[in-house]
Design a protein around this ligand. Structure first.
Ligand code: SIN
Length: 191
């Protein structure tokens, strides 16, 4: 599958009949909210975990030198906490463009902290997209992030803002924090 998924996403779910749609954000959608929303609240999805396994050609890297950003990997029993936004269906025009580098949108059940449930759309970059990078030792992922940058800025900013955004939600993600521990000394060395 090509890494440009914007036209594929438009054909996936017809959202025109919806008054509003829930979006589940687990990565940059937690801390970079460049879209209007009607309501937002923390939520979790089950069976998925965050991994810096997706290449970024358009935000935190370039086609010649991709950065590393998050996707979700199926992990039975795992809970992934993020931020849910209730948005107008038109907002997906912007989101499909923003998430075009390999991400497809899927409906998933979400649990809110207050016990309520709803279905929401989540952007996942699966293994068969051309920009998928896959697993690597955390120290290698950190070194990759330390040297990458793209039109949206330093790749390290993505990880550091995400780590803070997760802490604000009361979440300490071992994968994210493991990379941060390797990354911070590398960044100090670049000063
Ligand atoms: C998300 O944040 O939910 C999707 C991945 C990203 O844009 O970082």
């Amino acid at each position: 599958m090509s890494h440009d998924t914007s036209s594929l996403n438009k054909q996936r779910q017809d959202l025109s009949a919806y008054e509003s749609v829930w979006l589940f954000g687990y990565g940059s959608l937690i801390y970079k909210v460049d879209f209007p929303y009607l309501e937002r609240k923390p939520a979790s999805i089950t069976g998925w975990s965050r991994r810096f396994w997706q290449g970024s050609h358009d935000h935190r890297g370039t086609p010649e030198s991709p950065g590393r950003v998050l996707t979700l990997i199926e992990t039975p029993g795992e809970q992934c906490t993020g931020m849910a936004y209730r948005v107008s269906p038109e907002v997906f025009e912007h989101l499909d463009h923003r998430e075009k580098n390999g991400y497809l949108r899927f409906f998933t059940p979400m649990q809110f902290n207050d016990g309520h449930q709803a279905d929401g759309l989540v952007y996942i970059a699966s293994k068969d997209n051309a920009a998928f990078l896959g697993d690597a030792p955390l120290s290698d992922i950190a070194a990759h992030i330390a040297r990458s940058r793209g039109p949206s800025g330093e790749n390290s900013e993505y990880l550091l803002k995400l780590s803070q955004g997760l802490r604000d939600l009361g979440v300490v993600d071992p994968h994210v924090e493991g990379i941060r521990q390797h990354l911070e000394p590398l960044l100090k060395g670049q000063e």
